[in-house]
Design a protein around this ligand. Structure first.
Ligand code: PLP
Length: 440
């Protein structure tokens, strides 16, 4: 055996020994659900983050009496565009209205189709329905939890008006392959980066790829203001159209408040000065938080992937930064003596590790079926087309993914290695006692 082969063999042996040691230790402890001691009793860091500068910034807005686009919103738009490698930013009242505005600005309406992934928060689809367009689902890649780029082209028709890749959990969709299809079929990309603050594809902000990228600042998000959203874009015509759509047809540039009276549908989807002040006060801290999440996530992955039946979400090669809004993994009940996924989540929570089952299959959601069976949809699309819809939108990989997915929240990653060790220890303990837990 040469030196390299010897080192590799002894390294693997050491790793195998360490894994065996950890498994024996896990077997010796009783799960908390069966009367043992929880792995963790300390709470994870609270959310949202607050600070004295944040309080001062909000107080200043209160005292100013100027609560509508008066400096803070514009300053945030400028900073956020810059942070996202984008020329323009339009701040909105929420992630939902950022997406709704983007589609409205692109002229999406009744009779159009918009392609979406099924593993996402319902708002990705709600905005399509609000424009009376037809959501068309493309199955998930179970390895990454993201839209399968290889299945996109087949979903495009001459009615397709946009595709919404979602960077779910902060993991970045395969933007090269999605971009190639979008370009060849001439369909704009509206990126749903609502969970992907600071995430990057090939070193550039995930939201900067495509016609627009949409963010959410809802309370749980890595950058938050209770509610809020933003559209980033490098396309000046899209910036103008989004601004007009979200601000009752006012012009983005030109005299303040000037109405252009052109551009069709519109509304008030503006961000307030309060939200912008809260967001501006957080900007100095978000890069350090993102680095902590990435470091802890990488370490946690190295621990979890040793455990049979646990498969952390992979990243595509072009994903140079995952925002880790969620730490997502697949759980295989077969490898845990038949302990159900929900049983696993319950056992983890009892160990002091907050986690959650992932999304239900969105392509099967009742609210979509209700919308599609409404008189308006039936008039626009016709019964034959709507009857075909469910078949077109079958997503078998996603059905399995939804049954197996588990996630941890971003604040769990704002800790240190010892907390990650505790998470892995809890999973090992549950694995070692899975049969007892399954029959309890
Ligand atoms: C993937 C995704 N899209 C859209 C939204 C909608 O954002 P908001 O809640 O700010 O309207 C969210 C928010 O949770 C989201 O997670």
């Amino acid at each position: 055996m040469n030196r390299r082969a010897f080192l590799a063999a002894s390294g693997s042996l050491a790793l195998a020994n360490a894994v065996a040691r950890r498994s024996r230790a896990a077997a010796a402890d009783k799960p908390a659900l069966l009367g043992g001691k929880p792995v963790r009793t300390d709470p994870f860091p609270g959310w949202p983050p607050t600070s004295a500068p944040m309080e001062q910034a909000v107080a200043q807005v209160v005292r100013s009496g100027k609560w509508y686009r008066n400096g803070n919103v514009e300053a945030f738009e400028e900073r956020y565009a810059e942070m996202n490698n984008a020329r323009f930013c339009v701040a909105t009242s929420s992630g939902t209205t950022a997406l709704f505005t983007s589609l409205g600005a692109l002229g999406v309406g009744p009779g159009d189709e918009v392609i979406v992934p099924p593993f996402t928060f319902l708002a990705t689809v709600t905005v399509v329905l609000l424009h009376h367009a037809l959501p068309v689902f493309v199955d998930s890649d179970p390895e990454t939890f993201l839209m399968d780029p290889g299945k996109l082209d087949a979903a495009v028709t001459d009615r397709t008006k946009a595709v919404i890749p979602v960077h779910i959990g902060g993991n970045v969709a395969e933007l090269d392959r999605i971009g190639a299809v979008a370009e060849s079929r001439k369909i704009p990309i509206v990126g749903d980066a609502c969970q992907a603050h600071l995430a990057e594809w090939k070193g550039k902000s995930a939201g900067s790829w495509g016609t627009t990228g949409c963010y959410s600042f809802q309370l749980s998000k890595n950058l938050c203001s209770g509610e809020g959203g933003a559209i980033v874009t490098n396309d000046e015509a899209a910036a103008d159209a989004c601004f007009a759509f979200h601000n009752c047809l006012r012009r983005r540039s030109g005299a303040l408040g000037e109405l252009q009276y052109r551009g069709g549908r519109n509304g008030n989807f503006r961000m307030t000065e309060f939200q912008a002040a809260v967001l501006l006060s957080q900007l100095p801290e978000i890069a350090a938080r993102a680095a902590t999440r990435s470091e802890n996530a990488a370490y946690l992955t190295s621990q979890l992937r040793e455990i049979p039946g646990i498969r952390p979400a992979k990243m595509y090669e072009g994903c140079t930064r995952n925002a880790y809004h969620l730490y997502m993994f697949r759980y295989s009940a077969e490898q845990f003596a038949g302990l159900s996924r929900n049983g696993f989540v319950k056992a983890m929570r009892a160990e002091g590790i907050p986690c959650s089952p992932g999304y239900d299959p969105l392509n099967k959601a009742e609210f979509i079926r209700d919308a599609l069976s409404s008189p308006a949809y039936r008039r626009v699309y016709g019964d034959a087309e709507l009857a075909r819809w469910a078949e077109r939108c079958e997503c078998p990989e996603n059905d399995r993914l939804c049954a197996e997915s588990v996630w941890l929240y971003q604040n769990v990653l704002l800790t240190d290695r010892s907390a990650m060790d505790q998470i892995a220890e809890a999973v090992r303990k549950i694995h070692a006692h899975a049969a007892a837990l399954a029959s309890a």
